[in-house]
Structure formats: C-alpha cells, structure tokens
Design a binder for this molecule. Structure first.
Ligand code: AMP
Ligand code: ZN
Length: 475
C-alpha cells in the first residue's frame, strides 16, 4: 500500500507520489527562536518527525531530505535582544541550543538540514530581484512589496474568500502599498537595534527581509524550486504559506511550490490555542525538568506518546490526565521490553528495521493514523505477555522504534564509589556551565555523561528555586 496524506491544497487525502523517490524532499517551518519553545511548538516537531521516519522506512534513510528552518531573524527577536541588552546572535544561539536539547528529549531525529534565516540573505535578495524583474513585486519607500492583484492564483492554498483576505490585510495597512493585500518582501532598517543588510533592487537604505520570504529562500536553496511536502501548524496556512507559494511560484514560474501541504491542528488549553501571546503556555523544558505541570517531571517519551494519541489534524486538549495515561502505558511497555530481553537476550534488538508490524505500517500510511498504530502496539504488548513469542517481541520493539518511542529508564544499579564521584564532578561542572549560560559546554558535558550511560534530570528545588540535577543509569 502507498502512503496517503491529507493535502491542504486539494482538501483531500491523496496517494503520495514523490517527484524523485531517490530524494524525497520535505520542508517544515521551524521555531522563531526568541524564547523557549512551548509544547504547542513541539507538536509539529513530533508530527513531522514521525512522517520523516515513515518516509525513511519506505524510501530508505538516505533517500529523504528533511529541512526544518530556524527563524533567527524576526522583529520579536530584535525586540527581545534589545530589552535584554544582548546581541541577536547571543539570544538566538542560547534559545536554539535549548530548543535542540528539548526536542532531543522528545525523541525527534535532527532534520537533514536546519537552515538559519540569517545565513540565507543572498537568496532572499535574489528572490526580491527576480520578483521585481518579472513584475510581481515593486519598490516603494525603501520597501519591496509583493503585488497580490498581479497573481490570479493567490488564495488557492488557503481558499479564503477575497473579502476575508482583504479584511486580514487591513491589520497591516501602509500608505506605500499599491493594494491593501500586498505584503512585504524586504523592509528598511532604520533603528539602531534593527539588523540590516545592503538592500536589493537599487534601494540605498540597508534593510532586512520580511518573514515569508525567509522560508521561500531556504526551501529553494535546500530542496529546489518545487519539492514534495511542506508542513507546519494550521495557523500558518494564511498568510504565511499562501505568501510563500506566491513568492516561490511567481519567482520560478511553476504551478506549485510543494505538491503536498500538511498542517497539524492546535494544541489547546481550555479550548484556546496555546501561545506565547495568550500567556497560557507551558514550555517543553517546564514539563521535562520542573514540577510546574502536574507536580512531577515528565519523561520526553511520555510527552511524545501523549501527543501521538490524537490524530495530527485534530485539536489536542492538553491535560495532566493525558500525561498520566501515557506514562502508565510507557511503564507497561518498558516492563514488556524487559520481559522480552530477559527471554531472548539483548541481541533481539539488533536489525529490527524489517520487523515493523504490518498493521502499524498500514495505519501510519493512512495519513499518520497514530491512534490505530498505538492501539496495535497495545495488542502486540499483550500478545507477548500471553504467549512470549520471539517474532511478536521483535515486532513490538521494531514498531515502538518506528514511532520514535523510547522506553523509560529503570532504577539505578549499584556503582563503585569512584564512578559515582566521577559522575558527581561532571554533573557539578555542567550545572556551573548552565548557570554561566554556557550552553555549548553544558550540552557537551551532558553528551559525555550520556556516552557513559548516565541520564540527567533537571529540576527546581521548591524552597530555593535553584536548579538541582539528579541522574540515573540508562538502560
Ligand atoms: P512559531 O515559533 O510561533 O513560529 O511556531 C513554530 C511552529 O509551531 C509552527 O509550525 C506553528 O504553527 C506551530 N505552533 C505554534 N503554536 C502551536 C499550537 N498551540 N499548537 C500546534 N502547533 C503550534
Ligand atoms: Zn515558513
């Protein structure tokens, strides 16, 4: 059976046919790194990580290119860096390092490429030049603007009525726009704290790109003029993705930018989208290393399973109950793995790629039906508990791995005093590096400990608010 994916562009679930099966290409809009990622931001990371794993399974690990950008150029970033009195680079390097640590804990693979907007200014300028040259954009008061009325297909992706789009555009009226729907490709940098580069299209004043052009430039550079899948949260369909399509298709003269457009639903709290601006957010780090949500630390795998319980297009209502249920399931599955290893030895975990359960593959091929896939994992786990068959054990382990689900750590076995001392010294050094905000060093030490088989857990001392780190031996 082939993969079928719901495509926002066609509003139907279509069979997925890659342009080149030897190089399947997917782009996903990544985080704007002005602050720590919240668990709503974790949703696209987990959903598209699962799709990436499925594509690698179907087409081969070397035949999929996954690009997820880092938006390190944005007015919110400029403002935050200015407020904190740090440079933009200092701010974004810290938040990017923390984003990486958080999503590693969720079991998400790193994408093939992770382009940063600030490394693609030349491509953005080249797109501005092309669009002005072909009459799709114009220069006005040191801005480059995309001319929406010159593009008859505008609105095809979001399928919004024209009136709605005009009303939306009114939020951002400006005297230099020829039409109120026109949007900014490039704008002048006039304040001292705003980053600026030499402008394209004969503009003397230094400037910076608009947000939408960033993704058109990075996807073009890493995936080409037309590619297979473009993803992001449902909030990005309009205007962000509509404008990406406008820029890329008009610059290169193709009908489409990506063949398949996929959008995850919102993660909500009490019926409202979790977001920084509403203030109703919990960061990934809050869940992993503080007791803020539900009075305990949660393992990244618990968060991942909790997220995958709901189909990616449906909204998720985030509750402690959901995490407790997922944790109970993972404890059960961790015990099952323990039974499997006890029965057949650790060699049973070698070379599992071809042992993924057929029903689980078919569920995922059906527009990532994770709910069915998880139900099947329960069946496999129970079947092993009943009959103890090797093939069922392998298929259970292979299938949890395809879903990117890790098992939970076990109790700490006895270690020599010498080894405990060595670990304590490294843990203290990492904490000192963290306090000095030297995240590169603290990550390096954490990796060193992981290589020694030690997993760290950060928490806050409720009395002093100080970070305390505990550790255990990984299984
Ligand atoms: P941002 O950092 O706001 O640019 O968002 C990064 C990604 O997270 C985008 O794909 C957003 O659509 C997605 N996102 C933001 N908030 C939520 C939410 N509450 N639920 C699901 N996805 C979200
Ligand atoms: Zn984007």
């Amino acid at each position: 059976m082939a993969i079928r994916l719901y495509n926002t562009l066609t509003r139907s679930k279509d069979e997925f046919r890659p342009i080149d099966p030897d190089n399947v290409r997917m782009y996903v809009c990544g985080p704007t790194v002005y602050d720590d990622a919240h668990i709503g931001n974790a949703r696209p990371v987990i959903v598209f990580d699962l799709l990436y794993r499925l594509l690698r399974h179907e087409y081969g690990a070397d035949h999929v290119t996954y690009a997820r950008n880092i938006t390190d150029l944005d007015d919110k970033i400029n403002k935050r860096a200015h407020e904190r009195g740090v440079t933009i680079r200092e701010l974004t390097e810290g938040t990017t390092a923390r984003f990486h640590a958080a999503i590693d804990a969720l079991g998400a693979l790193r994408p093939t490429v992770e382009p940063r907007a600030t490394d693609h200014i030349e491509e953005m300028k080249a797109l501005c030049e092309k669009l002005v040259a072909s009459g799709h954009a114009y220069v006005a008061e040191d801005h480059v603007l995309f001319s929406v009325p010159d593009m008859p297909a505008y609105g095809r992706l979001s399928q919004r009525p024209l009136d709605d789009m005009i009303a939306g555009a009114r939020v951002d009226v400006a005297p230099y726009k020829r039409s109120e729907m026109d949007f900014v490709l490039w704008k002048p940098s006039t304040e001292a704290h705003e980053p600026g580069w030499p402008s394209p299209c004969g503009i003397a004043q230094p400037g910076r790109p608009g947000w939408h052009i960033e993704c058109s430039a990075m996807s073009w550079k890493h995936l080409g003029e037309v590619f297979d899948i473009h993803g992001g949260g449902i909030d990005l369909v309009f205007p962000h993705h509509e404008n990406e399509v406008a820029q890329t298709t008009c610059a290169f003269g193709h009908q489409v930018m990506a063949n398949v457009w996929m959008h995850n639903g919102f993660l909500q709290v009490e019926g409202e989208k979790m977001s920084k601006s509403l203030g109703n957010f919990v960061t990934i780090d809050d869940l992993l290393s503080t007791t803020k949500f539900g009075g305990q630390f949660w393992d990244g795998a618990v968060l991942r399973l909790a997220m995958l319980q709901t189909h990616y297009r449906q909204p998720i209502d985030w509750t402690v109950r959901r995490l407790e249920d997922s944790e109970a399931t993972l404890i059960d599955w961790t015990n099952r793995r323990h039974d499997i290893l006890n029965a057949f030895g650790s060699e049973i975990e070698i070379g599992l790629e071809n042992d993924v359960d057929d029903k689980i593959i078919r569920s995922l091929q059906d527009d990532l039906n994770t709910h069915l896939a998880i139900a099947r994992l329960h069946e496999l786990s129970n079947a092993f508990a009943l009959r103890g068959e090797r093939a069922v054990g392998r298929s259970f382990l292979a299938s949890t791995a395809l879903l990117g689900l890790r098992f939970l750590p076990f109790e700490t076995p006895s270690l020599s005093d010498e080894r405990r001392d060595a670990i304590a010294i490294l843990v203290a050094a990492r904490l000192a590096a963290r306090k000095a905000r030297n995240f590169a060093e603290s990550d390096r030490i954490r990796d060193e400990l992981v290589a020694m088989g030690i997993q760290l857990m950060d928490g806050k001392d409720p009395a002093t608010g100080e970070i305390v780190t505990t550790w255990e031996v990984m299984r």
